[in-house]
Design a protein around this ligand. Structure first.
Ligand SMILES: [Zn+2]
Length: 379
């Protein structure tokens, strides 16, 4: 399956997971490759990435087997041999990835694997099928996959990736060798960030490390999405006005103004990011995916802040906050406003509802914001 972002894959981007890499290395070097592997662990911590790198390393013609002596020789691929080039271009005869279409992996995807395997049966060597979000397989897909696991064809290796192994068919799980992934410890992430982003202050990096909860890609998302800038705007403008409205019981009056400020900020932030990426500043040139990402991101930020306000309101414990650096503001919102914890709970529910709407429909952004703030103020 063509997936051009593999072009950017780089072994050095695997942060942590040394034990997992050593394990994979050992089963390959020891000629003990199973027909099914199940990578499980929290979302966005590098499971699929590790699966792709493992496959690429095994398929690379320049791979030198792990000797067991040199401690730092982990999986690696050259990126230049014919096998690497075809894999990185999404045209490999030995490598295929499957992911949900919509919310589920359906039987059609498993049929595609079948035809891929029969078309390429003449190719020698290992063949890798990576099934991302494997827990989203529906029953017929899971049963069809089970058949393939039970009667493996040649040297075919399935790697199932999931953050939710509990809902996989037990018979599928029992056919796989399990490999768990843990979130990367903050300290470890922090050291990598310091090297990669020498221009960013240590305190800021520390905050990002905490917010990304052990996820390297989560961290990159925060940096690329301008997390701090957006959060601070939300806190100082939107939340301040919003909570003042409750305080003054001026409810209903001002939602349009708040929404207009919110939309303006969103627009400016999007333009700034496009400029940074050297893209055309014409708004219409934004890809659909990028636009949707933008849409959900700010609502996720709002959720993050509301979550902290709620937690502080019910626990009075500063240590539980994600946004530790703005604890004073969080406390003020939690304690000084006329809102009860139940009200804040409702605000969280409403935000989740909007986040889901935005992610599943092509909602006009400014209309969504108008309706969101009007609902928020009429709680
Ligand atoms: Zn290679």
């Amino acid at each position: 399956m063509a997936d051009s972002d593999y072009k950017n894959y780089d072994i050095s981007s695997i942060v942590g997971h040394k034990k997992q890499l050593e394990f994979l290395n050992a089963i390959f070097a020891g000629n003990r490759m199973p027909s099914g592997l199940l990578f499980f662990g929290q979302k966005n911590i590098g499971k699929k990435f590790t699966a792709v790198v493992f496959a690429a390393s095994v398929l690379c013609s320049d791979y030198k087997a792990f000797s067991g002596k040199n401690d730092d020789r982990l999986l690696n691929f050259c990126g230049k041999c014919p096998s690497c080039v075809s894999l990185l271009n999404g045209a490999s005869q030995n490598f295929m990835t499957v992911e949900p279409s919509g919310s589920a992996i359906k039987i059609e995807s498993i049929h595609k694997i079948n035809s891929f395997l029969s078309l390429t049966s003449a190719y020698p060597g290992y063949r890798f099928i990576i099934i991302d979000e494997a827990s989203s397989m529906n029953a017929s897909a899971a049963n069809a996959l089970l058949k393939m696991l039970e009667e493996p064809v040649g040297k075919t290796i399935f790697i199932l990736v999931t953050s939710n192994p509990g809902i996989l068919l037990p018979t599928v799980v029992s056919r796989c060798l399990l490999l768990g992934f843990s979130p990367v410890p903050d300290e470890f992430l922090l050291n990598v960030f310091k090297t990669e982003f020498p221009d960013i202050k240590t305190e800021t990096l520390e905050l990002y490390a905490k917010l990304s909860r052990g996820s390297y890609s989560g961290f990159m998302g925060l940096i690329e999405g301008g997390y701090l800038e957006k959060r601070n705007f939300l806190i100082r403008t939107i939340f301040k006005e919003l909570f003042m409205e409750y305080q003054n019981k001026n409810i209903y009056k001002n939602f349009y103004e708040i929404s207009a400020k919110f939309n303006l900020f969103e627009k400016e932030a999007a333009t700034a990011r496009r400029k940074e990426k050297n893209l055309n500043s014409n708004e219409n040139s934004a890809s659909k995916a990028e636009e949707n990402y933008d849409k959900g991101y700010v609502f996720e930020l709002i959720l993050f802040i509301l979550r902290d306000i709620y937690i502080y309101k019910v626990s009075k414990n500063e240590k539980l906050l994600y946004n530790e650096d703005i604890a004073d503001e969080i406390k003020e919102f939690a304690l000084d406003s006329a809102l009860s914890s139940k009200d804040i709970g409702h605000m969280i529910e409403l935000t989740v509802e909007y986040l889901e709407k935005i992610n599943s429909y092509n909602l006009n952004k400014s209309i969504a914001a108008d309706s969101y703030f009007s609902n928020l103020l009429s709680l």
